[in-house]
Design a binder for this molecule. Structure first.
Ligand SMILES: Cc1cc2nc3c(=O)[nH]c(=O)nc-3n(C[C@H](O)[C@H](O)[C@H](O)COP(=O)(O)OP(=O)(O)OC[C@H]3O[C@@H](n4cnc5c(N)ncnc54)[C@H](O)[C@@H]3O)c2cc1C
Length: 317
């Protein structure tokens, strides 16, 4: 069984779902998982990782929240642990850390992978290429296989195992330092992590009508609101909600695209969603080519009716 090192993100003691999925991906590939955690609250978060299949967790204490210092520590741990693979989730922090670790290990990084497997110590990753037009299957001859996993694609499965927690001092120094982290306002779910995403496009006609998108998201209860670039560029919605090539890549259980035409750059960010529902008044809109369910109709009629139906269904339990 190969040792797989997984960098696990946590914030104030709470492990991110994307990281638990990454641990799940490592386990599903047959790995013996060693997790690395850093930052305030990492101790508490590490203790619980056995429940998700990590055999060992190394907690980096102290340090100065510097990506390059953290990368140096993670790369050193990968070598010490004899890791055959290094994984982390393709989140903002993961995208910052993973290339640095891969470079220090003299390896190639396969980013945003949607499948992972191993035969002995030989790993194979699958990832979308060319805005999702092609699917690449990749292997590496580097001594440590390095990859990031796309959030919401892999399962975070629970186990009955326990995890040995080891403390280790983080390296000081580093060129880039994180001096502060601002929590998201309003406790809203992030599009990258939410199991359901309801996105609106230019078909919503104006920022005031996004109340309908929010109403549908609220009806689902576990949903985040997303947006096309056209509406973000118009200042209707914040950039943090933009889905697509120059926004965020999402893969929720359910993606609802409302008044979005389905330009290739938007599809690049959502086409690996499990179930896609498109609502558009133009039956020829390209979004219907990737949709599992399509509703040809006016968003201003369909969305309130859908929100009502979801609320009624949920009320019935
Ligand atoms: C380099 C580059 C990067 C890009 N990156 C991104 C990106 O990350 N994300 C992204 O989204 N785009 C991106 N774009 C822009 C992309 O090409 C499209 O312009 C954009 O996605 C269109 O947004 P939209 O679908 O909201 O608007 P439109 O293309 O204008 O579509 C609006 C849709 O609403 C429908 N509609 C209108 N009224 C109603 C109604 N009442 N009810 C229902 N439907 C209605 C219309 O039929 C139409 O299909 C990028 C472009 C470039 C060049």
């Amino acid at each position: 069984m190969s040792n797989i090192l997984v960098f696990v993100e946590q914030f104030s003691g709470k492990v991110s779902r994307a990281s638990l999925e990454c641990v799940g991906a490592a386990r599903a590939a047959g790995g013996n998982v060693c997790a690395v955690l850093a930052g305030a609250g990492a101790d508490g978060a590490a203790a619980d990782l056995g429940r998700f299949g990590a055999a060992k967790a190394i907690v980096l204490g102290g340090g100065e929240a510097s990506s390059d210092a953290l990368a140096a520590d993670v790369a050193a741990i990968a070598k010490e642990e004899g890791a055959k693979a290094f994984l982390c989730a393709a989140t903002s922090a993961g995208r910052d850390l993973a290339p640095r670790v891969a470079a220090l290990l003299d390896s190639t990084l396969f980013s945003d992978c949607t499948a992972l497997s191993a035969q002995g110590d030989a790993f194979t990753a699958v990832r979308p290429w060319l805005a999702g037009k092609a699917i690449a299957t990749l292997t590496s001859s580097a001594p440590v296989f390095c990859a990031t996993t796309r959030p919401n694609v892999f399962a975070a499965s629970e186990s009955s195992g326990t995890c040995a927690v080891v403390a280790r001092a983080a390296s000081a120094g580093g060129k880039a330092k994180v001096t502060g982290i601002e929590a998201k306002s309003g406790g809203k779910l992030d599009v990258k992590e939410a199991p359901v995403v309801v996105s609106g496009g230019r078909g919503m006609k104006g920022p005031e009508h996004f109340a309908l998108i929010e109403e549908l998201a609220a009806a689902f209860g576990n949903a985040a609101t997303g947006a096309s670039r056209a509406v973000v560029d118009a200042g209707w919605r914040p950039h943090s909600e933009q889905v697509g090539q120059t926004g965020k890549t999402v893969a929720p259980q359910l993606y609802v695209a409302v008044g979005i035409s389905g330009a290739i750059q938007h599809l690049a960010g959502m086409r690996t969603s499990k179930v896609i529902v498109a609502i558009n008044k133009d039956a020829e809109a390209p979004i219907f080519k990737v949709a599992d369910y399509g509703i040809v109709g006016d968003a201003f009629e369909v969305v309130p009716a859908l929100a009502k139906a979801v609320r009624e269904l949920k009320a019935k339990g």
